[in-house]
Design a binder for this molecule. Structure first.
Ligand SMILES: [Fe+2]
Length: 215
């Protein structure tokens, strides 16, 4: 795998697209489901800012908790894949802060190229809003990432209400944007309800351990 996409699109020093290549073949050493170490190597390769790493760790803590509950409830869920998608969901954020663009689409494209795993790419591309029906059994990975991301304000675990108040305050400049934020809020509530009903998820107690992680 080459660093061509970065070289073509970035300005200034460009990080490598693949953090490590296989000896002999030169193929990228990132697995279909990247390990914790591989995700952290990607953070380094893509120069992820420290606050985005802290945010990603808290999101991954919540998503992993949900994935374990879903697996226990008999869902067909790959817990490691959910965790990897959560750790990588903002992989392109630093780049788009510096150069503009859509961080979820770009991050999803990079992760698809790095891992060859469309399930991870799908979860990253749609981590802001799921444009289909909220069916947590069929689409657990993307919906769990959306929900987990909306329970973390910067690096703090908060309620959906606190997170959305903050989003409205920071980004709600026009009626259009406020309407979009409202739709995402309604969707996050719908996902939360589905998690409560299907997994017996407790939105406070079950992720209390994620609070201590970064605060
Ligand atoms: Fe994001």
């Amino acid at each position: 795998m080459s660093d061509k996409p970065f070289v073509e699109s970035c300005s200034g020093p460009c990080p490598p697209l693949c953090p490590e290549t296989m000896p002999g073949t030169g193929a990228c050493a990132v697995s279909l489901v990247p390990s914790e170490d591989q995700c952290r190597a990607l953070w380094d390769a893509y120069d992820m800012l420290p606050n985005i790493r802290a945010h990603s760790l808290a999101v991954a803590c919540i998503a992993t908790t949900l994935a374990r509950q879903a697996a226990s409830a008999g869902f067909d869920v790959d817990v490691d894949a959910v965790r990897a998608a959560a750790l990588l969901h903002d992989l392109a954020k630093t780049y788009t802060i510096r150069h503009g663009g859509n961080h979820s689409q770009l991050g999803g494209a990079w992760v698809q190229e790095l891992t060859g795993n469309p399930a991870l790419a799908q979860g990253i591309i749609h981590h802001v809003h799921w444009p289909f029906a909220v069916d947590i059994r069929s689409h657990f990975l993307p919906l769990s990432i959306i929900y987990s991301d909306k329970r973390v304000k910067h690096n703090r675990v908060v309620s959906l209400t606190e997170r959305f108040d903050d989003l409205l305050h920071r980004y709600g400049a026009t009626p259009d944007i406020r309407q979009r934020i409202g739709r995402s809020f309604a969707q996050a509530r719908e996902i939360e309800q589905a998690l409560v009903q299907n997994l017996g998820f407790d939105p406070d107690a079950d992720i209390a351990h994620c609070r201590g992680l970064v605060e």
